[in-house]
Design a protein around this ligand. Structure first.
Ligand code: GRF
Length: 209
């Protein structure tokens, strides 16, 4: 079975959706380890509640990004991780790290990329006045939220919405498309062709390219 590591910095509701999918049997992979750069990330508690190993790697404990990421790499190697799943991880990964795990890091972003990349996707979309927003799962490349797109889900922005009510609607979709994206990956059905991801039909799967 393929192994993933989930990186969190905060509440970890996306992590929870992945844990729930694994436990219900609808997602066949092993969450080998949950890594946080923050001691108090609630995602760590969620992992512990389900008996999943956790590691805290505080970026402040290291001289620079390179050392911080070397530590991450050594943990990932130790657990023989096939895929890094970013779920609200609030540190930018360097191009060196990204190249090391080329096509083996997935992220979820709370907007319809390529609109509103970066850290405040929901607020920016809301302030812009869009009628629809949503979320995007994508492979990580060297840019900010620019990698090949796996799945997207769209939600309406209603007249009575606040940014929080809109973000909550988006989050419900995140909890649906992140496990679904991982299901496709675990089944070997995601094939990257340039900046596009082809989703292979069920019967043609031959592994992630
Ligand atoms: C989500 O909105 C996700 O799209 C973004 O960070 C947030 C993480 O939420 N990357 P949670 O920690 O999974 O609850």
């Amino acid at each position: 079975m393929k192994k993933i590591a989930v990186f969190v910095s905060g509440g970890g509701s996306n992590l929870q959706s992945i844990i729930d999918s694994v436990e219900s049997g609808s997602l066949s992979l092993e969450i080998a380890v949950v890594i946080s750069n923050k001691d108090d990330a609630y995602g760590l508690t969620r992992a512990r509640n389900h008996g999943i190993p956790t590691r805290i790697v505080r970026h402040g404990d290291f001289d620079g990004r390179e050392e911080f990421e070397s530590r991450l790499i050594s943990i990932l190697d130790g657990y023989k991780v096939d895929l890094v799943v970013l779920a609200g991880f609030m540190r930018v990964l360097t191009p060196t790290f990204v190249r090391h795990y080329r096509h083996r890091i997935i992220n979820i972003h709370p907007a319809i990329l390529p609109s509103f990349p970066g850290t405040h996707g929901q607020q920016q979309a809301f302030d812009y006045g869009v009628r629809f927003s949503g979320c995007t799962t994508h492979f990580i490349d060297e840019g900010t939220d620019t990698g090949p797109i796996i799945l997207q889900a769209v939600v309406p922005v209603l007249p009575e919405d606040t940014v929080d009510s809109m973000a909550a609607r988006i989050l419900r979709e995140e909890h649906r498309i992140y496990p679904e994206s991982l299901r496709l990956w675990a089944a070997g059905r995601l094939q990257i062709e340039g900046r596009k991801v082809r989703i292979l039909p069920d019967d043609q799967s031959d592994g992630v390219k």
